[in-house]
Structures are given as C-alpha cells and as structure tokens.
Design a protein around this ligand. Structure first.
Ligand code: 9EZ
Length: 523
C-alpha cells in the first residue's frame, strides 16, 4: 500500500448513501456504483478495481480477492467485517477498513426502544390490535422508573444506552474489562463483578464484540443466577446470549422476556425464539437508519480519501502499521526502516537466525508497531513473489521464517531525532532521519561522520586503500557517474565506503580482487 495510492476505479457494490460517491469523486477518485451484482459479475468487475466499498450484502470472499489484480483497499461502511475475508486480503497486502462508530447512536436508540417495548409489550399489543382484538388484560406492563439495568460492555454504545435510560429513572450498573470504574462513573454506570450483577438486574443488555470470552455470556449458569423474570436485550452480535439457554429460561419463566435484533444464524432457521410470545425481534436493524447509513458512507469515503492523500488512517482493520504510518513525521522513519532492511539483506544472508530491531530515543518509543512491517518489506523485497507492503509485511516475514524482534531504548544515543538499528548475525546497521531523508550512520562499527543519504543506487564496499580511481574507471566504462562518496572514519571497526551512482554497475567482478566485500543496492 503506497501512501499516495492513486485510485482510478473504486467499485461501490452495495447500496450506500450517495454522499459516499460524492466525497470520493470530489477528491478526484473514480467511482463505479453497481449493486446487486451476481458473483460472476463481481468476479469480472473486480479485476481492474483499485478499491472496493461494501455494506453487508457483498460477500468479499477469498476468490473475489484473488480475482482482483489491482485492489489496494476494501472499505466496509459499518461496524465489523463479517462479510470480508480479512486474512485473504492481508496476505495480498490489501488494506481493510471499516467505520466502527458510525452506527453507535442508532444501535443505542434501538436498544432503548427494545427496553421500552419489553416493559410494555408494545409489539405484542400492536399485533393483537392488527388481529382485530381489544385485549386490555393480557398486556399488564411495568414502569422503568426505579428498575435496574445491567449493561455488559461499556463502549460507545453501552454508555449511550446508559445515559438515555437514566432519564427514565433506571439505575444503571454494568461491567467492562477495559473501562475503569472512574470512567464509567462519569456516565453514571457503577461497575461490579459479573457475579454481583446477575442477581440485581431487572433488564440486562449486552454491548460487547463477539469473542470467545463473550460468546454465551448469558448461558444456563448465568441465567440461573439472575432474578426470576429478568428481561434480556441483544442488539449487539448473535450468540452473546446463548440461544438454547435463552429458550429454556423463557420456557421456565426464569427469563420474562427477550428482545433480539441479532441471531447466531441470520436469518434464523430455527424459529422457536422468534415465535415465543415473550420474545420481540427485528431483522438486524441496529444500523438501519438514514443517519447511520449516511455517517458510515461518509466516514468510509473520508478514510479512503485520507489514504489517497497519505494522511494518518483511522478505522484500519488489518493495517495496524498504517494507523500512524502516514503521519508526516513517521513517513521518513518508515522509509528508513525499509531501506535498512534492503541494505541488511544485501549485506548478509544470515537473516534466518533472526533480525533484531532496536529503536533509540523517546520519539521512537511506540514506533516498533509500524517499523517492523517496514523492515520486513525491505528484507523481503528481493525474495518475495508478491508485492510486500505494510499490510502483509509481518505475515509474509513470519511465513518466510524471518523472526524480527524489537527492543526500545529511551536514550537517544547522541542523536536528537532518534536512531534505528538493525542487526542480523554479525552485520549491524544504524540509521536515522535528517530532515526528511533516511541516512546511514554506522555499518558494522564503521562510523560515517557525514551520514550517507539512503537513496538511489548505492555501492557499499570494504577496502583498506581508497578504491576511488578503480571505481571511477569502472563507472566510465559503464557510462555511469559518481554522484557522491562517503568513507567511514577510521576507528576500530571495519572501514567502509559508500558511493552513490547514477546507475548500477553491470558487474562487480573487477572490484572483487580489491575489496573484502562489495554489494550494490538500488533503493
Ligand atoms: C466481557 C466484556 C464485557 C467485554 C467487552 C469487551 C473484550 N471485551 N470484553 C464480558 N470489549 C462484559 C462482560
């Protein structure tokens, strides 16, 4: 994924708010809107696409991804990426993005509607009216004032539910392993351990991602610890409330009512829950508002514009490295890391014992996350069959058996800006950034008092006497020019020279008798 990746054809393959197309076109991106394509049509259409934007209808499977010859980015207008094969995209170096917060308010409002609907059985009463009845005894409800709402998961959605239901006089308690009790106190939620929450609640609503630790959060065991008649809401992900356990609890009366917007299987084949008289349900409508759709369409479009314009990225699913990679101050460090990776690989074949990356200086304290994929890009540049970029660098390095480890040293080692050190076997390179230029400062203990700009074609060689006349002779024969010459100061280490050439020498054969080592790289 090159930062200023030009996108001439972005396919929007689901029906999305028109603002998405407008924003992309406004930034000079070519857009094609075609929803409802068959799989065969999509396979044909995707071939020459640079980008793909979907909502939930398009299934972006591995065969779709493999058919795409130019695809750089897949954007999902919405939360989660259930309909995208992220692993297949990552392997191919395709960035996947979503809009994790665009639906939050709509999801929270639906949840509140579900709580009110459960308390007064509004859907059931409405259905009985439509059936021509006037049944005033069957629908005795309860007030929410003074009742306790348990909120499991206190992220964006959970906290918006809390704030809204407090206005009905509900007591809001909850739990989240990531949010501190101080944070949740700020939006009026008292946090308690789960085992203390179950027996206190009149209503329990879940707002967690679907993870192994949250699958079946409500199950036979936890239902048994609840108050008899507890009412349960799941507008988050199918499976957080175990469907079998919920049906058993409804049948026994342990659960007095449930509101479900999501199911383990969608649409659910097994209709037992949907048909239970105390269950109200919707066909996954949490994000189905004009506002949420337009927010998600706008956000995914703006994220893709940010990508094209090389700005720091939000909402990346498989591009942790890209989150900060495109900030202007990190770009030259990424170039440095990649370049040092290329030079290291050219200088030594001993990378299979692992490559150590050391960052020096407080400005690089959190840089490992994006510098390691960049180092991997450089190490693999000459050997990988596929294009290596910041999205797939780490995965491809792991698969090539390259172990890249990182350590950080807060002391800047004499350089204001920080230093990046790469080593493998007996080879060690130290580089830094001067202005916006990646430079080499040290090679196997040889120090360059004038740091070597790492650009263009560089010839690295190690010899006692200066070989400049020989090199200039070779360059003349090859019709190339010497652009610059750097020689390390003579300390205890090895003595290295680096020359920058206008074009690569066809062969280093004639140098061999005069040097201990010589390699040429084009950066
Ligand atoms: C788990 C969670 C919340 C929860 C929320 C998030 C990773 N994780 N786990 C159990 N984000 C309530 C109960």
């Amino acid at each position: 994924m090159a930062p200023a990746a030009a996108l001439s054809k972005v396919l929007i393959s689901d029906s999305l708010d028109p603002c998405c197309k407008e924003i992309l076109q406004g930034a000079g991106i070519g857009v094609l809107e075609k929803s409802g394509l068959s799989k065969e049509q999509l396979l044909a259409e995707i071939k020459d696409c640079d980008g793909l934007i979907v909502r939930s209808a398009t299934k972006v499977t591995a065969d779709i991804i493999d058919a795409a010859e130019k695809l750089q980015v897949i954007g999902r207008a919405g939360t989660g990426v259930d309909n995208v094969d992220v692993e297949a995209a990552t392997r191919k170096g395709i960035l996947v993005m979503n809009t994790p917060t665009g639906n939050s308010l709509s999801a929270a409002e639906l949840t509140c509607g579900m709580i009110m609907s459960l308390a007064r059985q509004i859907p059931q009463a409405a259905a009985s009216m439509k059936a021509g009845k006037w049944d005033r005894k069957k629908f005795m409800g309860m007030e929410l004032q003074g009742k306790t709402l348990g909120i499991l998961g206190l992220g964006r959605i959970g906290r918006e539910v809390a704030i809204r239901m407090q206005s009905f006089g509900m007591k809001t308690i909850g739990y989240d392993p990531i949010i501190t009790p101080e944070e949740s106190a700020a939006f009026g939620v008292e946090q308690l351990p789960l085992e203390r929450i179950w027996p206190l609640c009149d209503f329990i609503t879940v707002h967690t991602p679907l993870l192994p630790s949250t699958t079946g959060l409500l199950n036979d065991t936890t239902f048994a610890q609840c108050r008899r008649g507890v009412q349960v809401i799941n507008c988050a992900r199918g499976g957080i409330v175990d469907e079998g356990a919920l049906l058993r609890a409804l049948q026994s009366g342990q659960c007095g009512g449930a509101a479900l917007d999501v199911f383990t299987e969608e649409p659910p084949k097994d209709k037992d829950l949907v048909n239970h008289p105390n269950v109200i349900s919707c066909p996954h409508l949490g994000a189905s508002t004009k506002e949420a759709q337009s927010r998600c369409g706008r956000e995914i479009a703006m994220q893709i514009v940010d990508l094209v314009q090389g700005r720091a990225l939000a909402g990346t699913v498989n591009g942790q490295a890209l989150g900060s990679a495109y900030a202007s101050h990190t770009k030259p460090w990424i170039a440095l890391a990649r370049t040092l990776g290329i030079v290291l690989r050219a200088l030594t074949q001993q990378v299979n014992g692992g490559v150590q990356v050391v960052t020096h200086g407080s400005t690089l304290q959190k840089a490992g996350s994006y510098l390691i994929p960049a180092v991997a890009m450089g190490l693999l540049k000459e050997t990988a069959q596929k294009t290596v970029n910041l999205v797939n660098g780490l995965l491809l390095a792991q698969e090539a058996g390259l172990k890249i480890t990182t350590t950080h040293n807060d002391r800047a080692l004499g350089s204001e800006e920080g230093l990046l050190q790469l080593s493998a076997g007996t080879c060690m390179l130290t580089g830094s950034v001067q202005g916006d230029v990646a430079v080499l400062r040290e090679l196997n203990g040889a120090v360059f008092n004038h740091p070597v700009p790492l650009t263009g074609t560089l010839l690295f060689y190690r010899s006692k006497p200066s070989l400049l006349p020989t090199i200039i002779g070779l360059l003349g024969k090859a019709k190339a020019e010497l652009l610059s010459y750097h020689r390390s100061s003579i300390l205890t280490g090895e003595e290295w020279s680096v020359t920058s050439l206008s074009s690569a020498l066809p062969s280093l054969q004639e140098l061999k008798p005069h040097v201990a080592e010589a390699v040429q790289v084009t950066l």
